[in-house]
Ligand binder design. Structure first.
Ligand code: FAD
Length: 482
């Protein structure tokens, strides 16, 4: 039996990742009188909607959920839960299609942006980040008792802290993870962002497997969305007073393009964070099997530490103590839990309008939407930033112990999964941005954009906390106006 879609809502949200969910949550809290619908192209994976797949205990069910997130049949597989956008310029570019979006698969690192990563023209950024932390359930204490985590930070601090402001010193990585009294960890997905306020809101409806093919625009005003029910192919027009497109940094500009909303900056300033990885074994931490807490069972093995970005050292360092070595060790060599450390150093891209996603009106992607073409190049500045990241990661490795490989590995463009800039925010409508400080698209009344694409600065830190903060500001603007 075909589903019933509403003919009219107050706010239509496209995409159910953390940013779409943030709109639904804030509006549910502030304006429970409004009728809200969230349309999501991908399937519902598990209950509650948007749950992180790591919280699915049964490995077969988890694997099935990952597979179901990997887009239309035939798309090449990326990291589990993602599918690749086939292209040469950004070969590791990937997306997720499921309720919860990439937020059902992410690592949940939620650092705050610092120095030039911050959006200078945006008032109240810190309060918005506080609110984003509340929505995502961020804590810096989930791995407090991880073996050797304090030692890792002590060694990194000795190497990197000199001359840094207090809030930019080495510290535990804030993570959207909750630790239960029994020691188990619950990873925040969009379910946590939706929260009880949205789930209890009888005026909010989530439609999985509902692809929005067009935002309806009449006389310079968004008036609704055209939805294709992917279960039966039916087309439905849903009128709305406000439309929020939170369909990731590649598909948000795609939907605007498909809707005839084509401001000059659309799809431009695309940036991904060039990334270098290395692995190291901690020196002098005791023999295999050592549990530094003196107990026999390691409950939480993985500590995550953070070397923050600064303008002087413009890389973001993510330091993860691993459960197992990423490279083969001798068979009789069993490392102490937490003593193998993965180092991931992210760079801020040299942001340029030439780096862009364009859309082909003739060719179609697996969903029947305008096919994407990526134009993207690392500049001499990017190569210099990568050299600096390789040097920094070698310093970190030397401070911690013995590298497991000879040289750091530079990952292919797109591997960070942090695509930004394509619907960027600006202080003024001067052709270099798509939306204003409250995420409202310039020149189209009633249309908001959300997600990492809105971030206008060259960030090296993981972007989701920032884009959820921007979504909070946008949702508050709608709550006040409608
Ligand atoms: P998404 O979560 O991508 O959700 C967008 C949703 O929109 C998708 O479900 C998609 O199906 C839907 N959609 C697209 N087009 C349409 C349409 N036309 N109609 C209807 N629905 C549509 N970020 C961090 O900050 N920290 C991390 O540690 C981190 N680790 C990561 C690790 C992995 C393995 C992955 C995959 C990602 C990671 N990320 C991390 C990135 C993070 O998940 C994203 O930044 C975040 O999910 C973005 O949220 P979003 O709501 O903007 O978009």
């Amino acid at each position: 039996m075909s589903r019933t879609f509403p003919s009219t809502v107050d706010v239509a949200v496209v995409g159910s990742g953390p940013c779409g969910a943030a709109y639904a949550r804030i509006l549910s809290e502030k304006r429970p009188d409004l009728r809200l619908s969230t349309f999501e192209a991908g399937p519902l994976l598990a209950d509650p909607p948007g749950v992180h797949v790591k919280n699915i205990e049964d490995p077969a069910a988890r694997e099935r959920a990952q597979r179901r997130s990997e887009g239309p049949g035939g798309s090449p597989r990326g990291r589990p839960g993602t599918f690749l956008l086939e292209n040469d310029a950004l070969p590791a570019a990937a997306m997720s299609s499921n309720v919860g979006g990439m937020g059902a698969h992410w690592t949940a690192a939620c650092p705050r942006p610092g120095d030039s990563e911050r959006i200078g023209f945006l008032p109240g950024l810190d309060e918005l980040l506080d609110e984003a932390e509340r929505l995502l359930g961020v804590s810096a204490h989930a791995f407090d008792d991880a073996p050797f985590a304090a030692e890792v930070r002590k060694r990194l601090a000795a190497e990197f802290d000199s001359g840094r402001a207090e809030d930019r010193r080495v510290r535990p990585m804030p993570l959207a993870v909750r630790c239960e009294p029994d020691g188990s960890l619950i990873w925040s997905g969009a379910d946590v962002v939706f929260g009880e306020a949205t789930r209890r809101n009888e005026r909010h409806t989530l439609f999985p497997e509902a692809l929005v093919t067009r935002v309806l625009v009449e006389d310079g005003r968004a008036t609704g969305v055209l939805v294709r029910d992917l279960r039966d192919g039916g087309e439905h027009e849903v009128r709305a007073r406000r439309v929020v497109v939170a369909a990731d940094a590649l598909r948000t500009p795609q939907l605007l393009w498909a809707s005839g909303v084509r401001p000059p900056a659309l799809g431009r300033y695309l940036n991904d964070q060039p990334q270098v990885v290395f692995a190291v074994r901690l020196r002098d931490v005791g023999p295999a099997g050592t549990d530094p807490r003196g107990r026999s069972k390691i409950v939480r093995q993985s500590g995550v530490s953070w070397v923050p970005f600064t303008d002087t050292e413009p890389c973001h360092g993510q330091v993860m103590q691993l459960d197992a070595s990423p490279v083969p060790l001798a068979p009789d060599d069993v490392p102490a839990p937490g003593s193998i450390v993965g180092l991931g150093w992210f760079c801020a891209k040299d942001v340029r309008p030439e780096d862009r996603v364009t859309f082909d009106d003739e060719a179609r992607d697996g969903y029947g939407m305008p096919a994407m073409r990526i134009h993207y190049r690392l500049t001499a500045r990017d190569e210099a930033a990568l050299d600096a990241a390789r040097a920094a990661v070698r310093r970190a490795a030397a401070a911690l112990g013995t590298p497991l490989d000879d040289e750091p590995i530079t990952l292919p463009p797109g591997a960070s999964l942090h695509y930004q800039g394509t619907v960027r925010m600006g202080a003024a409508d001067d052709g270099t941005s798509v939306c204003g400080p409250d995420s409202r698209v310039w020149g189209v009344e009633g249309l908001h954009v959300a997600g990492n694409g809105v971030i206008p600065t060259a960030t090296a830190c993981n972007p989701t906390l920032t884009s959820v903060a921007l979504a909070v500001a946008g949702a508050r603007a709608i709550a006040e106006e409608v």
